[in-house]
Structures are given as structure tokens and as C-alpha cells.
Design a protein around this ligand. Sequence first.
Ligand code: NAI
Length: 504
Amino acid sequence: MQTSLSSTKVLVVGAGIMGAGIAQVAAQAGHSVYLVDARAGAAQQACAKLREGLDALVAKGKFTQAQVDTLMGRIQPVAGFADAADAGLVVEAIVENLDAKRALFSELEALLSDACVLASNTSSLSITAIAKGLRQPARVVGMHFFNPVPVMKLVEVVSGLQTSPGVAQAIFDLSKAWGKVPVHARSTPGFIVNRIARPFYAEALALLHEQSASPQVLDACMRAIGFRMGPCELMDLIGHDTNFAVTQAVYAANFFDKRYTPSLVQSALVDGGMLGRKSGRGIYDYAAGSKPPVVDMQALPLPATSHLQLHGRPQDAHTMADWQARLQAAGITVELVPDSAWTGMQAGNLQIRQTDGRPASALGAHVVVYDWHVPQGGAPVLAFAASSGASEDQIAQAQAVLGALGFAPQRVADQPGLVVARTLAMLVNEAADAVQQGVCDPAGADAAMKLGVNYPAGPFDWLARWGAPAVVQVLEALDVHYRGERYRVSPWLRHAVWQTHHTA
Ligand code: NAI
């Protein structure tokens, strides 16, 4: 089925938060739009609300009054489908219920032309399942927008087993014409974004469960590498009920694969009605408008040591030169070990090592490990952990050295992969599995995470930065430590490691 939707009339079904946004974006791109809702008056109300929002943007100089009048003139609230029989595209944004969506498309199939494309904005239902039983399942496709629709750039174009490639391509092209960045996805649980994002929340919840770090330290570590919000504050904002429901849906849809096991920490919050900002309390307490606490970033003394070795690999040369200069500025003489088996610093019998996934205690008695870091220019919070044999003096020494390098070190429990390395490795692992299973390609995964949930980089950007061997090392350390299915390494990543070895 080959089709172009560039000037077609669009029928948006469901005039809630998503439907209204989709109607606006379609009208903004020049389409005539019909808007319909099962609840009488809802489409008119949605139009009134849209106009109110757009008028406010006129006041801010973002639109002219004439533009708003033209745009709103293109959206026509209608009472029933008969008034929209000449539509060439339906985008449904009704209640998230499989039977309701099937019934809707089946009713529309009888009324609309055979060429009309039937798109669903579902965020969790299978496109293959929605299309079941229809006369022409090939014209059913996912067109998954993100909230708020006029702002968020990503559209996941989701193909079910029977979706025609021509229909998916037409929705892809149309999304582009609407100013969006479309990404092709296969209809699998969570599509791209809601699937790959699971470890961002799950690893933070696992660390809270084990009492490895406070929520404010977890949030500060993730903000330090460029996330706009840390996982705890973000779950509080999304609402734990919603976040937990998505996790449960992905878990169930994967036949209870342990990789996606929901967290007891979150289920307790939901059971207790501590849903986040909207209920005044979640992981943090928002009573009386209070904000989440921030980590204490006290000034550190200069390191007591006057000499240390700086270890790294040839590819770390740039960082080593920078660190050498910083340490020298702190009065420390530095001996470079540029082809070392590990990255970090040695001061006497104390090793201060960048994590390779293994806990400090697994590496030796006098070891401190520090987390992965991506310089962002913001607060350079860095998690570290100490081996059970390290003395308080050695821990203070390691903190002072990290402080001299410009970091604000925060101590966490001695678990594998600290905070950032563990979370990023799992995000990369999930993205690698998605690619392995043909859900999307690496560029699509990166674009989806950056544009759908504002990640500072995509999983394959992080993979390029650290390399498959380092990512796999962290995952294997987690797997050895915890056992079970959660940290099993994606076959795609194993191949990436072999490829690195063959091309080295
Ligand atoms: P909403 O509750 O704001 O709006 C749904 C609207 O559909 C309501 O006005 C309701 O009266 C109407 N409706 C329900 N059944 C209908 C039917 N059979 N025929 C016609 N109208 C019907 O919901 P929202 O948030 O706009 O979500 C709509 C869809 O978009 C769902 O499938 C949801 O999963 C999906 N979605 C939601 C996102 C969000 O952040 N809210 C993000 C991406 C997708």
C-alpha cells in the first residue's frame, strides 16, 4: 500500500490531552482537522482550551493573532464520524484499552474510504493486536506522540506484523512534514522509549532497595552527566502509579522476564498513596512546597600526598594530560603510566580506580573506586566507594585527590558499577537488545531517547564513548554479583566486543 498523506483531511478521535495536541500540530501543518470525542461537548471544550493556550502564546509573541485564527479555523469539532467521511487519516487518542480501540477502528472501517490510514497513539498496546479482525489490517499503524505534543519532537512510527511498509513510510514522511522527528519501531512491549528507559528508574530503585545511596546522591550523580532530572525526582514528577504501571506492563508483556522485575520500593510507595509531587509525597516530601534536598558539597582539603602515579590506557591520553595539570596545580608531582591495565591513580599503597564494574573490595584491601563521568559543566558530583580494608585516612585521601581533580565526591556503598556506570551500562544493554530484536536501529534508539525523554545523549553515543568491552565488563560484574537474569549481557553487545577485538 503506497500512499501520501501530505494534504489529506485528518480525523482525530479523542479530544483529551493528546488528541487536542495532535489536532493542533496537524492544523499547524496546514491540514483540515475533524475532532471528535465520545463525551458530548468534549471536542468543543478542547478547541476552546486550545485557543486559550494559543492566545497566551500570541501575548508572548510566539504566534500572530492571524496565525492562531487560521489554525483554529482548520479544526472542526464534529459530533459523529459521518461528518468526517472524507478523512484520509485517522489518529486515535482515546482511552488506552484494546477492546475500545478495536471497536473504534472496526466502526471507522465501515464508514471511511479504503485508502484511509488508521493510526493509533497508543503508548503500550500492540499494533498487531489492535489490527486483529479488521478488513484491512495493513493500514493500521502506530503514531506515538509524546506529551506535550506541540513541544516534543519524537514520533515513534510503530509497525505491527501486518502493517504495510508503505503506510509506515507515509506516517514517517507526514510526521516530518509536521515538524517532528519520526523513528521507525516494531510493535514490541514499550516500543523504543518506554522500553529502553526502564533501567534508568530500575537501577535507582535497586540502589535504594539495597540502601546503597540516598535519593539525593543518586539524582545528583545523574544530573552531573547531563540528565535534566535524576531518576528519583523524575519518578516523583511522572507519578509512581503511572511509572509502576508502565514497568508492570513491560514486565508482563515480556512473559515476566526477570530483566524487567518491578521494584518493591516503588510498589510500597504506590500502596501507600505516596505517588510523588501530585500527592505531596513520593520518594521526597513536597509538603509546604518544599523542594527535594540537595547533596552537601563541602570544600575538601588539599591532598596530603605529594606524589602519585596516574594510570590510563592510550585512549585516555587527553584526560590524563588534563588531570596531570590539575594535580600539579594542587602541588602533586605526577608520574604517568600511559599503558596501564587500569585507569586511575596510585598513592603509596592506595589505588583510586575508575570503576570497571567490580566492587572496590573485590579489587584489593586498599582500593577506592570512582564512577564514570561525562563532563557537562554542571556540578561535577561523582560517586565513589571504598574497599572494606581501606582506612579512614585513605578514604579521606582519595576524596581529596578527586576534589583536586574538580569533582564533588559522594560516598556510596561498595556495590558493582556504582551509580552512573551501572545505569548507563544497563541502558546500553537494553538498547542493544532492542536493536538485536529489530525493534529499531541504533540511530533510531539514540534519537528516540534524546527527543522522547530528553536524554543528554543516546545509548549508542555512550557505547561509543566507553566502548563495548568496558560496558560488558560492568554488566558482567553486576551479573556475577547479583546472579539471575537481570544483568544478562545482550548478544548484540557480545558481538560488538568481538568486533572490537578483531579490528584492534
Ligand atoms: P485523556 O483521558 O486525556 O483523553 C482521552 C479522550 O478520549 C477523552 O476525552 C475521552 O472522552 C475520549 N474517549 C474515550 N473513549 C472514546 C471512544 N471510544 N471514542 C471517542 N472518544 C473516546 O487521555 P490521553 O492522555 O489524551 O491519552 C489518549 C491516548 O494517548 C491513550 O491511548 C494514551 O495511552 C496515549 N498516550 C498518552 C500520553 C500521555 O502522556 N498522556 C503519551 C502518549 C500516548
